[in-house]
Design a protein around this ligand. Structure first.
Ligand code: BJ8
Length: 426
């Protein structure tokens, strides 16, 4: 791929040497973790192709869209509504932030004890290795945790065009009203950027596209309650990650094809792991591409991941937006209703997240839950203790993991995960 796209990357201002190193690492990791798996669904080939062209064809598509006058909007959080971006015929891309890059430069701007996700967002920009960031006409940050909101003040100075959405911290009427005001302001910012106004029809169109995409991943999740599991957690995670940057209509069609294949597997009682394999629900911080360290350890230890209570997973994709409304304002209310349900750990109190984890453990027949927090992420680390005590009262064993994007703790993580899985059999 590299030779065909070098000029494009250079035009985007990427540092070609560092970028080559990134692609090389990504290729090796993908080969080791994904292409070595057994019995993968045939329909996952599309996702292998997407990953092989992640900095190639898809980036070219974004540039072609820009040449046609469409705007590319990047974001770091599931609170940024893709429906509004599509309503101005824009292209939404999730900026992944799942790998360490440019640590030295990053730590000149941020304290060392900042979570890896925030550092990664900075590292990708400062090292000029991410074609998605460079292709964006606008990058959107959101005031969620303290780390993000303070870091965005600095990132906003570095990015060409940066927009911040303020978010509530409580699920109160005032919180809902704030979310609606912020979404309305964001809608106006998109209209100004694109020169297109949002109409009832364009907004319904945006909502429908995103609903179809979410419905497809809901259907995929539902198939994972089968034993034997018809798809590995690693493959399902990949689908959930590609959700954020692929063309939404093509993505939906590709996930629907996986579901058709998995339905046959379920009917034939065939799966990627033998029946009776220990089933794990993962819960916690988002796992952005290419952060596959923990899921890979879990599945190599002989368990199967059957669900992700995560923003790159069910927390992010849950719920649909009502497509019924006679005005733009009523449709905006529908969007607020859907997004206000997201139970990120930045909310206080956050009982609904606990209920949701219990519900997911039951629905996917999980034998245990592995809670994953990034180091220095206070919201999820603090909530992990409550998650553990609530689940253990229900008789569901929990393993709490704190890690980052480095590979140094792999041995220690493997030992803890293997012991946990073994204890589930006992
Ligand atoms: S809705 S989870 S995507 S904010 S890991 S940066 S919380 S210190 S990522 Fe998130 Fe939106 Fe919430 Fe989801 Fe801060 Fe924690 Fe870092 Fe985090």
């Amino acid at each position: 791929m590299a030779e065909n796209y070098r000029q494009m990357w250079s035009n985007l201002g990427l540092d070609l040497n560092t970028h080559d190193a990134l692609l090389d690492t990504l290729g090796h990791v993908y080969q080791d973790i994904y292409l070595s798996q057994q019995d993968r669904p045939e329909t996952m080939k599309y996702f292998d192709f997407v990953m092989s062209e992640v900095h190639g064809l898809r980036v070219k598509e974004l540039l072609d869209a820009k040449a046609e006058g469409r705007k590319v909007i990047g974001s770091y959080c599931v609170f940024v509504p893709e429906e509004l971006i599509l309503a101005v015929d824009g292209v939404s891309v999730g900026l992944c932030a799942g790998a360490d890059f440019g640590a030295e430069e990053v730590e000149k701007l941020l304290p060392r004890n900042t979570c890896a996700l925030i550092k990664s967002a900075f590292g990708f920009k400062l090292s000029r290795v991410c074609p998605y960031v460079e292709a964006c006409d606008m990058v959107v940050g959101e005031n969620t945790c303290d780390g993000k909101k303070k870091a965005y003040e600095i990132l906003g100075e570095i990015m060409r065009r940066f927009y911040v959405i303020d978010l509530p911290q409580t699920k109160s009427d005032a919180g809902r009203a704030l979310l609606k005001t912020e979404y309305r302001n964001f809608m106006h910012a998109l209209e100004e950027l694109s020169g297109k106004s949002i109409s009832r029809e364009s907004l319904i169109h945006g909502i429908q596209i995103v609903n179809r995409k979410r419905q497809a991943v809901h259907d995929l999740s539902r198939l994972r309650d089968a034993d034997p599991a018809p798809i590995s957690g690693l493959d399902a995670l990949l689908v959930n990650q590609v959700f954020f940057y692929d063309d939404p209509i093509r993505f939906t069609q590709s996930v629907n094809k996986i579901c058709e294949e998995l339905q046959i597997r379920v009917a034939q009682r065939s799966g990627v792991f033998p029946k009776g394999t220990k089933r794990i629900l993962m819960s916690g911080c988002p796992m952005a591409v290419p952060n596959w360290k923990l899921p890979s350890i879990i599945e190599n230890a002989g368990a199967v991941i059957v669900g992700e209570e995560s923003c790159i997973g069910e927390r992010g994709a849950r719920g649909l937006t009502s497509e019924t409304g006679s005005t733009v304002d009523s449709l905006l209310d529908n969007i607020v209703d859907r997004y206000f349900q997201i139970d990120c750990a930045v909310f206080t109190p956050n009982r609904s997240r606990l209920e949701h984890i219990k519900e997911m453990a039951e629905k996917y027949k999980a034998d245990g839950v592995i809670h994953y927090s990034l180091q220095f992420c206070q919201p999820y680390q603090i909530e992990s203790g409550v998650v553990e005590s609530v689940l253990e009262k229900e008789g569901i064993p929990v393993l709490r993991i704190e890690t980052d994007y480095s590979q140094e703790d792999i041995g220690q993580l493997r030992t803890r995960v293997e012991a946990f899985i073994e204890s589930l059999s006992a």
